[in-house]
Design a protein around this ligand. Structure first.
Ligand code: ATP
Ligand code: MG
Length: 247
């Protein structure tokens, strides 16, 4: 094993994936290590969400390999993947609006296959740990999630993903549609998670956010990686052009 692979939490090699008709991803390769934030940049429809869904078994992978801590994911059923230690914060902060905050969190634990209700046993301890980070949620456990503000819903989606204690967190445009103050708060939270040693793979369209948060960046265009590298080596103007933001 090379040093690279030893450190890799997640390793995609030449992944082809889509939804049935032609492929959406044409040979995507990328690596996420523990303790780093990796950004997946690209304009609308370029395959950012599909890449995350491929890892989760929610898009069909036609070819290539996806390894998490050395274990091949492409042959696993979607329900097996979260319990290996992969958390997912879907695009558009999807929470269940008619369920309470606590019920939404409970779904996070059951998705992890831990079984226990959050009020009980080891689930209780984990719930307390996660809620300590999110006082606004702790104060609203019985409130319906649909009545939370957009920022609170995003925090709930992240809290739910953290409940099963993942090593890798996949985040799909986590700051989309949030006001600047909440963007800053979300960014701080993600950096804290990175400092605790989690690996983060984040689909993102905001170049400023990506350049602030990410250690390494991949730019997707029509399902292909067209640029990959360290944030330090990124040329913001070239990235702006790749993202269709004009130079
Ligand atoms: N469930 C689906 N069934 C069929 N095609 C899909 C499905 N989801 C996405 N696609 C197609 O796959 C391509 C890539 O979509 P994807 O959602 O990965 O883009 P994205 O980079 O996440 O874009 P955005 O920034 O708008 O979220 C698009 O052409 C899209 O229409
Ligand atoms: Mg998307």
């Amino acid at each position: 094993m090379s040093g690279n692979e030893q450190n890799a939490l997640l390793e995609l090699r030449d992944v082809w994936a889509g939804y049935g008709a032609g492929p959406v991803l044409h040979g995507v390769s990328l690596t996420v290590r523990a303790g780093e934030v990796v950004g997946l940049l690209g304009r609308n429809g370029m395959g950012k969400s599909t890449t995350l869904k491929g890892v989760l078994g929610l898009a069909r992978v036609h070819g290539g390999s996806i390894r998490f801590r050395g274990e091949e994911l492409t042959r696993k059923a979607p329900y097996e993947i979260p319990r290996l230690g992969i958390g997912y914060v879907p695009q558009g902060r999807r929470v269940f609006p008619e369920l309470t905050v606590l019920e939404n969190l409970w779904l996070g634990l059951s998705a992890g296959g831990r079984g226990a209700r959050p009020e009980q046993g080891p689930g209780r301890r984990r719930l307390d740990e996660v809620l300590a980070r999110f006082p606004a949620l702790a104060a609203r456990l019985k409130q319906k999630a649909g009545t939370l503000s957009g920022g609170e819903q995003q925090m709930l989606a992240i809290a739910r993903a953290l409940l099963m204690g993942p090593r890798l967190l996949l985040l799909d445009e986590p700051t989309e549609g949030l006001m600047p103050q909440l963007v800053a708060r979300t960014e701080r939270l993600l950096l804290e998670l990175k400092d605790q040693g989690l690996g983060l793979l984040m689909a993102e369209q905001r170049l400023e956010t990506a350049l602030r948060l990410c250690d390494r960046l991949y730019v997707l265009e029509k399902g292909r990686i067209v640029w990959a590298g360290d944030r330090r080596d990124a040329h913001p103007e070239a990235l702006r052009r790749a993202l269709g933001l004009g130079a």
